[in-house]
Design a protein around this ligand. Structure first.
Ligand code: HEM
Length: 127
């Protein structure tokens, strides 16, 4: 039977001494591999207690990397674990929304101030 890994277990293995990574719904034990990782240890550590699928795929890992991955398999991630991860992700994307709003409001100041500057430049040099 396939071992089921809970979100709590995933979280409990989030240090270099014991590190699980979640990729495509499967949990892998990267502890022994992390020092050999060609991409460095920090990038994998940054994905601890998260869904690392996107980060793993974005790099375009080779078939060889996927073969190594297969040898590290611990088990399947629990079904509703994704929901718990989602709630973490939601708060994270919430932060990026407020970042975007902040950038928007910077623009709100920038545009009228530039227009005002242009108006005075025109008055000063034009007159
Ligand atoms: C346990 C999971 C992982 C395994 C087994 C693994 C394995 C490998 C292997 C074998 C390579 C060499 C290139 C290749 O064959 O594709 C590599 C490169 C790389 N990996 Fe991973 N990787 C894992 C997780 C991750 C994660 C989560 C990230 C996060 C972004 C990551 C980032 C990178 C980067 C940036 C490189 C490129 C290094 C370079 O070419 O300078 N890897 N990985």
């Amino acid at each position: 039977m396939v071992k089921v890994i809970t979100y709590e277990e995933l979280k409990a293995h989030s240090t270099k001494d014991s590190l699980y990574v979640l990729i495509h719904g499967e949990v892998y034990d990267a502890t022994k591999f992390i020092d050999e990782h060609p991409g460095g240890d920090d990038v994998i550590l940054a994905e601890a207690a998260k869904d690392a699928t996107q980060a793993f795929e974005d790099v375009g890992h080779s078939d060889e990397a996927r073969e190594i991955l297969a040898t590290l398999l611990v088990g399947e991630f629990e079904k509703d674990g994704a929901l718990k991860l989602d709630s973490v992700n939601v708060s994270r994307s919430g932060a990026s929304v407020s970042d975007a709003v902040e950038q928007g409001s910077n623009l709100m100041y920038f545009v009228p101030l530039t227009l005002l500057g242009a108006y005075f430049a025109w008055r000063f040099y034009g007159a």
